[in-house]
Design a protein around this ligand. Sequence first.
Ligand SMILES: [Zn+2]
Length: 181
Amino acid sequence: MTGAPPLAIQLANTTYAVRGVVQDGLRTTADLIAWFERVSALLPVESTPLGDEDLAAARELRDAVRAVARALEDGEPAAPADVDAINRAARGGPHWTELRTADPLRAERRRESRGVRDALAEVAENAIALFTGQTAGRVRLCGRPGCVLLFVKDHPRREWCSNKCGNKVRAARHYQRAKEG
Ligand SMILES: [Zn+2]
């Protein structure tokens, strides 16, 4: 695994499970502020006051990303309502791409403002890129029973959101084999 997961995956994974019980990591505006702090290296946001509508927008985007990922995992088409929710978030403010001098040259997305809605727009664009670009079909749900996290399958044999989940599954299989043998 290299680096932090993409923004859309990080937002989706604010829904997680503890011992098989699904938890909501975005219940309050304080939760959303904390999330923006966690991803600040990828997504700088101006410290704007953050309201209940921003929280609702973030939750709507998160749930839509999860729903689309789940539909694809099940081999079903994405629901139009979820696609609309992602597109609504993606509109945000005016944005463009700039070329940055580096070796190799790199593209940088720019926005007129760095408010919360613009930040969510960037997350939505990231989701769109993940669902359609080189990673199309590789946004997956963790294969460990009880885990609800998403990950990008960056290796053909990767089945789990994290090494932690992979190790738990391997340990359980080992235990099962030992019990049977
Ligand atoms: Zn997992």
